[in-house]
Design a protein around this ligand. Structure first.
Ligand code: FES
Length: 136
């Protein structure tokens, strides 16, 4: 197993939420989420809403999952957790970007060649009171 691509233990990925992690693409850090589907498989998507792409679905403690769907809490768009398709809301028909992962020996591994794994959790410090990023 390639430890540099290990995101988390598969057991850490919730069915009723998401697990936030950070990847990089050509040096640019970006966030992604893992979620466990009803059949036990694990899917990964970009953490940004297609409606307003600076809005994060998971702000660090798990995205809202309601009736088995991911919910953007800004304007209430809902996304199918197996496909990432928005089936309701202002970005209906849009699709969350899928990130390729696999489970091997109880670990979730990043298999998407476009990205390098950086860390579990957020890509930077955020001001939790406003949801905006802190300027440095
Ligand atoms: S920002 Fe997600 S629904 Fe508007």
């Amino acid at each position: 197993m390639d430890d540099s691509r290990r995101i988390a233990a598969a057991d850490e990925v919730p069915e009723d939420g998401t697990l936030l992690f950070t990847v990089s693409e050509d040096g640019d850090r970006t966030e992604a989420i893992l979620t466990r589907l009803d059949d036990g498989t694990i899917a990964a998507f970009s953490n940004y809403c297609p409606h307003w792409t600076d809005v994060r679905l998971d702000k660090g403690s798990g995205a809202l999952v309601r009736n088995g769907e991911l919910v953007c809490q800004k304007h209430g768009a809902t996304f199918e957790r197996d496909s990432g398709v928005c089936n309701f809301g202002p970005c209906e028909g849009a699709v969350l970007e899928t990130i390729d992962v696999t489970v091997e020996e109880g670990s979730v591994l990043l298999t998407d060649d476009d990205y390098a794994f950086e860390n579990l959790g957020a890509s930077q410090e955020y001001d939790r009171s406003s949801g905006n990023q802190i300027g440095f």
